[in-house]
Design a protein around this ligand. Structure first.
Ligand code: SF4
Length: 69
């Protein structure tokens, strides 16, 4: 499962990784907010994790540290 680690996002620009996602699964509500992943659309292809370090693969969402959504 892909999560967004907000610690690595400055939240001050339009997220360029939105355009990287072939599934349209990355949503940014506002340029001053971190992007989020629509898990209903995400196919776990991993392309976003190669585009920006804020996108991380998490094995166990229950153990995901605070700040990672
Ligand atoms: S893993 Fe692939 S489908 Fe999922 S958000 Fe990242 S780029 Fe989009």
């Amino acid at each position: 499962m892909i999560a967004v680690d907000e610690r690595f996002c400055p939240k001050n620009h339009a997220c360029p990784t939105v355009r990287v996602c072939p599934a349209g699964a990355i949503v940014q509500d506002d340029v001053r907010s971190a992007p989020r992943v629509d898990h209903g659309l995400c196919t776990d292809c991993g392309l976003c994790t190669r585009s920006c370090r804020a996108f991380v693969q998490v094995e166990d969402p229950v153990r995901t540290p605070a700040g990672v959504v």
